[in-house]
Design a binder for this molecule. Structure first.
Ligand SMILES: Cc1ncc(C[n+]2csc(CCOP(=O)(O)OP(=O)(O)O)c2C)c(N)n1
Ligand SMILES: [Mg+2]
Length: 894
């Protein structure tokens, strides 16, 4: 085809395109959007019938979702708001710069808040409502490393002093300081939600919004219209947890939830999607998941161009430009933008011919335009039926000019020199003179200035300052003896597992008139494994829409009973989601003023190991509740093998200090521990989490021994369960046992006494962690109080009069008892289950891991021979008696 002909072909196509567009405009004008959609549907069907395959796209064009014509107009004074924003920007920047001058390497981030400032200020001035007597307030999750922006605003609002800002990231300063990131644990009256572990915010916010519905559906709170806002980063969305629960949010119709994703197109190292478009990628994911997606890509500057874009080339160019290129335009001149962006098509050059290079270079992104942002927020809060995500395009390091704007290094930039400070000051018009500028002083206008009056008035009208964390809900009664009484007498002839005892106790709590309604059982698709299905009927499985189908097992007693007032959060296969629910329920005493009591029951292997960071976050959130690690114990969970058998969660549970960790053996221990947890967390209002491992091995549950101190010992971690049965002899051997392994220890006692005639005492260790924490605290006190009468750890007090040797056996790693060696009156040998699990029977597993009665007795005889006058000959004989092969596989290595 000749060039000439090709050209006419193209021209004809152009004319055709133009005609179709004009027809659409006409229909839209005359008959409205519905009619346009109908015609498009008809055309789609027609094309498909004729064999034109239509590629799937979940995307809309790369333009703002809300066209100018449909934008709501922001109320208020735009100019004053701009000035306030500039001052907050300045102070946020100055606090990082000054902190790093004071102490190089102290860290902090300037460029993240710089990109988010408009997104946040529109929220602060118009949308985010504080808590008042009449309204519970909105919940706002602030992007963690943009915290300086929140501090800088709190400074203007008079909530923080200049000294506080000076001490940003220097919390240990005698004058106090501000924590690097949002940590309720460290600033308990200020931050509500910890957010800086990337990925957990989106997840937590979704489950929080769902929990807010749950409280209303269960009649624990009145519907209030409160919203949950999650302010997120675009890089952060790469964390699997960020997108992992978005279908739950739409399924649950969480129109109380709004995500605002600050798409500055960059993360720490460089572009989020240099070769693609993060906004389009996220749009497709969220639209696919059923969310309402609002894109805020371009500022008002672009509106006239878009409206004059008759050729459609501008939208085409916007669609094809890569994020990597957009980032480059940030740092380029207007001349370059004209050439590279608009120059791609002659129609575009024509379109912008009336604009100077300077004007083109200054065209803003949507996320920096308060009018566009306001319109998006307004539409989001008014939207019904699904959650909303706002995808706002911004520039990372906005306002940092040559030094940082859009540069790949900008995330880590913490210092500005004098010239850079001057430039920043001038750009944002901060009244600081040249001779003061070097010190980067904070700036606060006078109290009677229009800015301060406006800012305070806005917050007053919106219900006061935010973020603000509240504490103090109605404490529960401490009198809980009714709960434990029946477990103290043992199970008689009936064999029970600790899991069964726990479920029994939970059912009892749920039935109670006082606390029953506050109990929140949480389970990730394992209720049947734990024998919890009886609770389905009793408490119901929570479902916002009730049960719309007749369950297949309706006729059975334990049918799958979904209902709107159901108490159980059956989270399906999501341990991370379940933990997010745990946090929402566990911190509800503060966030909702309703003290709910979560019992999250899970496969113990998939607890601390799988969702350790969320447990850490739960502590940071000051959440309270019970974590129940079921099917626990490396050798007690038979058959399941390597990736199911947990022999180390108690080691991991050592890490968060606010977690109390127990490995109870018997029903009365379990009941007393739960009682203690209820008292301390819900009556005395202590911010603790109780972790209990329970197992599925059934055995007779004994009655609680009558001796003094047993109750206390159960809670403090150790008590004598059974004294030696040998008349007139004092025990030379002391066996420590925990969880299901305590039974092996008891059998070993019989072996040692009957076959070897060595007096042996059995001790139940319910918590190595409790004993350890108490001991190190006492050690510390003694160290800091030389010359005073030394204190004794509980462990040493209880064992004060004991002599001989010690052997500890548990279903967990040996390091747990080994950590106590220093405070014991005699040597200890530790048996435990270091290594990878195997699928086999309990008996074989306990032989393999060397924690059965034979190994316990052998270790005791060895210790006794080695350190306390026993004989090695006896040990050699025992090895034979017990049929133990010294060459057997080493479970720690094989
Ligand atoms: C789980 C986790 N990994 C790493 C980090 C360190 N980190 C903090 S911010 C950040 C980059 C975030 O990029 P983005 O979400 O796009 O935020 P922006 O600063 O661009 O707004 C990284 C890697 C973290 N806080 N959490
Ligand atoms: Mg980013």
């Amino acid at each position: 085809m000749s060039k000439e002909k090709q050209k006419t072909g193209q021209q004809l196509q152009e004319i055709e395109n133009q005609e179709w567009r004009e027809s659409l405009d006409y229909v839209l004008k005359e008959q409205g959007a519905e009619r346009v959609l109908e015609i498009l549907r008809q055309l789609q069907i027609r094309a498909q019938e004729q064999g034109v395959s239509i590629p799937f796209t979940a995307n809309t064009p790369y333009i703002n979702t809300i066209p100018r014509k449909q934008q709501s107009v922001p109320p208020g004074n735009r100019e004053i708001e701009r000035r306030i924003k500039s001052i907050v920007r300045w102070n946020a920047m100055a606090m990082v710069v000054r902190a790093n001058r004071e102490s190089a390497g102290i860290g902090g981030h300037i460029s993240t808040y710089a990109s988010a400032a408009t997104l946040w200020e529109v929220g602060f001035n118009h949308f985010w409502r504080g808590r008042t007597d009449d309204f519970i307030g909105d919940m706002v999750y602030f992007q963690g490393h943009a915290a300086p922006g929140v501090y800088a605003r709190a400074f203007l609002e008079g909530r923080l002093t200049e000294q506080d800002l000076i001490n940003f990231r220097r919390e240990l300063d005698p004058k106090g300081g501000l924590s690097s990131y949002p940590h309720p644990y460290l600033m308990k009256d200020f931050w509500e939600f910890p957010t800086v572990s990337m990925g957990l915010t989106a997840l937590s916010a979704i489950y929080q919004a769902r929990f807010n519905h749950y409280l209303v559906d269960r009649g624990l709170r009145k519907s209030s219209g409160r919203k949950v806002w999650a302010m997120l980063g675009d890089g952060e969305m790469d964390e699997p947890e960020s997108l992992g629960a978005i279908t739950l949010a739409s399924r649950e119709q969480l129109d109380n939830l709004i995500f605002v994703i600050n798409c500055n197109l960059q993360r720490l190292d460089g572009p989020v999607r240099g070769n693609g478009k993060i906004i389009q990628e996220l749009e497709a994911a969220f639209r696919g998941a059923g969310w309402n997606v609002i894109k805020v890509i371009w500022s008002e500057d672009w509106d006239p161009l878009l409206e004059a874009d008759d050729s459609g080339k501008l939208v085409k160019r916007m669609d094809e430009v890569l994020d990597g290129e957009m980032q480059r335009y940030t740092a380029s001149s207007g001349e370059y933008v004209r050439k590279d962006f608009f120059g791609r098509y002659p129609e575009l050059l024509e379109l912008v011919k009336g604009y100077s290079d300077e004007q083109l270079g200054a065209f803003k992104r949507g996320g920096h335009d308060p009018v566009k942002v306001y319109a998006a927020y307004k539409a989001a809060v008014e939207h019904k039926g699904t959650p909303t995500v706002i995808l706002a395009q911004t520039i990372k390091g906005y306002g940092l000019g040559e030094t940082g704007e859009g540069k790949n290094i900008t995330h880590s930039q913490k210092k500005l020199n004098e010239d850079e400070l001057k430039e920043f000051r001038t750009r944002f018009n901060i009244p600081i003179s040249d001779d003061q500028i070097a010190a980067a002083p904070f700036y606060k206008p006078a109290d009677d200035s229009p800015e301060m009056k406006y800012l305070k008035q806005r917050r007053k009208e919106l219900g006061g300052s935010l973020p603000k964390r509240f504490s103090g809900s109605q404490p529960m009664a401490c009198q809980t003896d009714w709960l434990v009484k029946e477990y103290l007498g043992g199970s008689g002839e009936r064999e029970l597992a600790t899991t069964m005892a726990f479920v029994h106790l939970l059912a009892k709590l749920l039935r109670d008139d006082e606390v029953g309604k506050l109990i929140v059982p949480i389970v990730p698709d394992e209720a049947r494994t734990f024998g919890m299905e009886a609770l389905f009927r009793q408490a119901g499985i929570y479902s916002h829409v009730g049960q719309l189908y007749e369950p297949i097992d309706k006729g059975s007693l334990l049918f799958y009973n979904e209902k709107k007032t159901g108490a159980i959060l059956e989270e399906g296969l999501s341990e991370a989601g379940s933990m997010a629910s745990f946090i929402a329920a566990g911190s509800s005493y503060s966030t909702n003023q309703v003290q709910t009591i979560p019992f999250y029951t899970f496969y113990s292997m998939f607890g601390f190991q799988r969702v350790g960071d969320l447990i850490w976050q739960a502590c940071d959130s000051r959440a309270r509740g019970f974590l129940i690690g079921a099917t626990a114990g490396r050798t007690t969970l038979a058959g399941e093998g390597l990736q199911h058998q947990d022999g180390h969660s108690h080691v991991l549970a050592l890490t968060p200090t606010k977690v109390k960790a127990y490995d109870p053996a018997f029903a009365y221990e379990l009941a007393l521990i739960v009682q203690d947890g209820l008292n301390r967390m819900y009556c005395h209002q202590e911010d603790l989490i109780y972790y209990l491992t329970v197992t599925n091995e059934t055995y007779l549950m004994p009655a609680m021994p009558k001796e003094k101190g047993v109750r206390e010992g159960v809670i403090k971690g150790l008590y004598r369960f059974r004294k030696s049965g040998l008349k007139g002899k004092q025990a030379r051997i002391h066996l420590f046992g925990s969880g299901a392994i305590l039974n092996e220890v008891i059998k070993a006692q019989t072996l040692l006494e009957e076959d070897y005639d060595v007096a042996t005492d059995v001790w139940s260790v319910t918590s190595y962690k409790e004993l350890y924490q108490d001991a190190i605290e006492v050690d510390r006190w003694n160290l800091l109080n030389p010359g005073k009468k030394p204190r004794k750890p509980y462990l040493a007090q209880v064992l004060e009069k004991e002599e001989g040797v010690f052997v500890a056996a548990s279903d967990y790693m040996k390091v747990l008892p080994a950590a106590l060696a220093k405070w014991l009156p005699g040597p200890i040998h530790c048996l435990g289950t270091d290594g990878f699990g195997r699928s086999d029977s309990r008996e074989r597993l306990r032989d393999f891991f060397e924690v059965d009665q034979r190994y316990i007795a052998l270790a005791a005889l060895y210790q006794w021979a080695d350190r306390d006058g026993g004989s090695m000959k006896v040990v050699q004989q025992a090895l034979k008696d017990f049929d133990i092969d010294p060459e057997k596989l080493n479970p720690h290595q094989d």
